[in-house]
Design a binder for this molecule. Structure first.
Ligand SMILES: [Fe+2]
Ligand SMILES: [Fe+2]
Length: 326
């Protein structure tokens, strides 16, 4: 049974509880003594934790951990540079008799993978341009197995099981709404652009079956999902015999969706659907980060500074909101 969750950690308290060990490393402190640096997590978030002055037995134990084990830690809650940090006094691996339920540790998208997949496929079926539909459907079908659980990031927005599909689905729904307001937009391009824009995250970041990502793949590290995505469309267009104009426009949508060269886009969007794609992407990421951050903020208080929101601190009002979306 798990009692303490990352989002409920209170400064100064001491506890004994289970966490998922996301990353672990043995490091040397400024006093030349070895310590163990852990990133612990559960479904509510991540927290950094240190075991100072690690004993040889503890270091030995770390070297024997397999991927993403569940550990029990005795620790006290403190703060470092404005962020919560745990000071561990003892830790051990979970045992069978602890009867721990893995679902308490896994961050998952609020919707089930298969139903998000079906929703996106239904929207793709409405695409009238046969070439565009073929590209979208081929990618969804070929990557289905991984899409059902893949996260959209290793950290930050949608770093959760099913996060990539959830990101695509919300952008798709928002994109279709935008098409009813901005009637110059061609819906086919919006739908397929959303479906393909981050598709290569499957080859950019790594993930286990719980949607927990240990980081980037070799190709992801050197190329990134934008360059990987352009290569992917290039190959697929040749295979499916997609006319050059359409293939290059799809590549451009992937290429320009981060907008700024310093965020990985060598070109800015050059047609309206590509412009919209960028805004759908950024909107979904920001809404996710804001919602996620505010979960652990008390009413009437400000959050800690959020790196992915340019260091902003968010405010959570005291009143119960009216007019919240159903
Ligand atoms: Fe992206
Ligand atoms: Fe995205």
């Amino acid at each position: 049974m798990k009692n303490i969750f990352v989002e409920g950690l209170v400064n100064g308290t001491e506890f004994d509880d289970f966490f998922l060990l996301k990353t672990v490393a043995v490091k040397k402190g400024s006093n030349n003594k070895e310590y163990i640096d852990m990133q612990l997590s559960d479904k509510t978030g991540d927290v950094s934790a240190k075991k100072w002055d690690a004993s040889p037995q503890e270091i030995q134990m770390v070297n024997e951990f397999q991927d993403n084990p569940i550990v029990k830690v005795r620790a006290s809650v403190g703060e470092w540079m404005g962020r919560k940090q745990l000071k561990i006094t003892r830790f051990r691996l979970v045992k069978e008799e602890d009867n721990v339920d893995i679902s308490a540790f896994i961050k998952t998208a609020p919707e089930d993978g298969q139903s998000m997949y079906d929703h996106i496929m239904k929207r793709l079926e409405t695409v009238q341009d046969e070439d565009l539909r073929k590209v979208g459907v081929a990618l969804m079908e070929r990557r289905k197995e991984k899409l059902l659980y893949w996260p959209a990031a290793s950290k930050n927005h949608h770093a959760e099981m099913g996060g990539l599909l959830y990101h695509m689905k919300r952008m798709l729904d928002m994109g279709e709404k935008a098409c009813s307001v901005y009637t110059n937009l061609k819906k086919d391009w919006v739908i397929v652009g959303v479906v393909i824009h981050d598709m290569e995250k499957i080859n950019e970041i790594m993930s286990d079956k719980w949607g927990i990502s240990p980081g980037y793949s070799f190709e992801g590290q050197l190329l990134g999902h934008i360059a990987q995505g352009v290569k992917m469309i290039d190959r697929l267009a040749a295979e499916l015999d997609i006319p050059e104009e359409k293939a290059v426009m799809l590549e451009h949508m992937i290429l320009s969706h981060h907008y700024e060269p310093e965020f990985g886009s060598p070109k800015r969007p050059m047609f309206p659907e590509a412009e919209l794609l960028h805004y759908l992407d950024i909107l979904d990421a920001r809404m996710f980060d804001m919602e996620d951050t505010l979960k652990s903020v008390e009413p009437g208080e400000f959050s800690e500074s959020v790196r992915t929101l340019d260091g902003r601190r968010l405010y959570k009002p005291k009143f119960e909101g009216s007019g919240k979306a159903e």
